[in-house]
Design a protein around this ligand. Structure first.
Ligand code: P6P
Length: 338
């Protein structure tokens, strides 16, 4: 029976990736080893995030050195965990983290051919109120077997080999694409394994939800203002869209991916490049959206075509259901013409 098969034929994320990679005869398992270290980092952060409240509640912080680590801000702790896990994988050569001003160049003895860009705990300002937060990551292959330089991570998002996020919420869900569609895995704490729960995720072609911080409306440009207005007062007589905005990118994007709709962090007069970071927020989420049949646009171009020049560069982003993003592309194209 299917149910039994599910129970006894556990499709863990490691097995899933191994299956996918064996389709490449030349692959030597390096990518699978790299991913297994990212998964390890996510498992650690999941437990740390879940216990953070408890540590505070029980006043554990400060009593013994075990809890001392909880005094360290969770995002700093998460960053250290991911850096250590990625370096120890022996498969990376450059790491870019939202937490570190400079890129990490892995020592030659432990160097591999992959570059990982990541935000270890995106939305961490939401931890204290229990809102879902997450890790976002993208993986590049270094340009060629030479001395690693920043050029190996300043590649357009379309060059990414894989991207994903892990959301720490009511459950711990890891959503991943290695360029052949999008799959979601949920952590089974009793097994300590991520199990395939959302095979082949496809975003609805059109959605009924728009997701933006309306508090910035005063500073939006014309096309964004017109688009949001059309969500609230549709000219074609259709019903208005619902507004859902959590303020944690992983949570807002995960809902958009599963339910459809559009997520926007536009440019505004105060921040001409918007707020979200290209390498480890915009690119990974845009990669996933395209792989799920949606699209991602910066207001000027396809998000994945953008070529970053700095590792912490920002870009405006409109991503989600194909037809919804198409609407905002038309408005920016019309403005170009005027
Ligand atoms: P705002 C969280 O701080 C974050 O980086 C993203 O996770 C989130 O989408 C965005 O900022 C929220 O920004 O300006 O709406 O609070």
């Amino acid at each position: 029976h299917a149910a039994d098969a599910h129970r006894t034929d556990l499709m863990t994320i490691t097995r899933f990736v191994l299956n996918e990679q064996t389709k490449y005869p030349e692959s030597r398992g390096d990518f699978t080893i790299l991913l297994s270290h990212i998964v390890l980092g996510c498992k650690f952060v999941c437990t740390a995030v879940n216990k953070a409240g408890l540590a505070k509640l029980l006043g554990l912080a400060g009593e013994t050195n075990v809890q001392a680590s909880y005094q360290k801000k969770l995002d700093v702790l998460s960053n250290e965990v991911f850096i250590k896990a990625l370096v120890s994988s022996g498969r990376t050569c450059i790491l870019v983290s939202e937490e570190d001003e400079e890129a990490t160049f892995v020592e030659p003895a432990k160097r591999g051919k992959y570059c990982v860009v990541f935000d270890p705990l995106d939305g961490s300002s939401n931890i204290d109120c229990g809102v879902s937060i997450g890790t976002i990551f993208g993986i590049y292959m270094m340009k060629d077997a030479h001395e690693p330089t920043l050029d190996d991570v300043l590649q357009p998002g379309k060059n990414m080999l894989a991207a994903g996020y892990c959301m720490y919420g009511s459950s711990c869900t890891l959503v991943l694409s290695t360029g052949k569609g999008v799959n979601g895995f949920t952590l089974d704490p009793s097994l300590g394994e991520f199990i395939l729960t959302h095979p082949e995720i496809k975003i609805p072609k059109k959605g009924k939800i728009y997701s933006v911080n309306e508090g910035n409306a005063k500073n939006w440009d014309g096309p964004t203002s017109k688009y949001v207005e059309s969500c609230k007062f549709p000219e074609d007589g259709s019903s208005p869209k619902s507004l859902r905005y959590i303020g944690s990118m992983v949570a807002d994007v995960h809902r958009t991916l599963l339910y459809g709709g559009i997520f926007l962090y536009p440019a505004d007069k105060k921040s001409p490049n918007g707020k979200l970071r290209v390498l480890y927020e915009v690119f990974p989420m845009s990669f996933l959206m395209e792989q799920a049949g949606g699209q991602a646009f910066t207001g000027k171009e396809r998000a994945l075509d953008l070529v970053p020049t700095k590792i912490h560069e920002r870009a405006p982003i409109f991503l989600g259901s194909y037809d919804d993003v198409e609407e905002i592309k038309k408005l920016y194209a019309a403005e170009e013409k005027n």
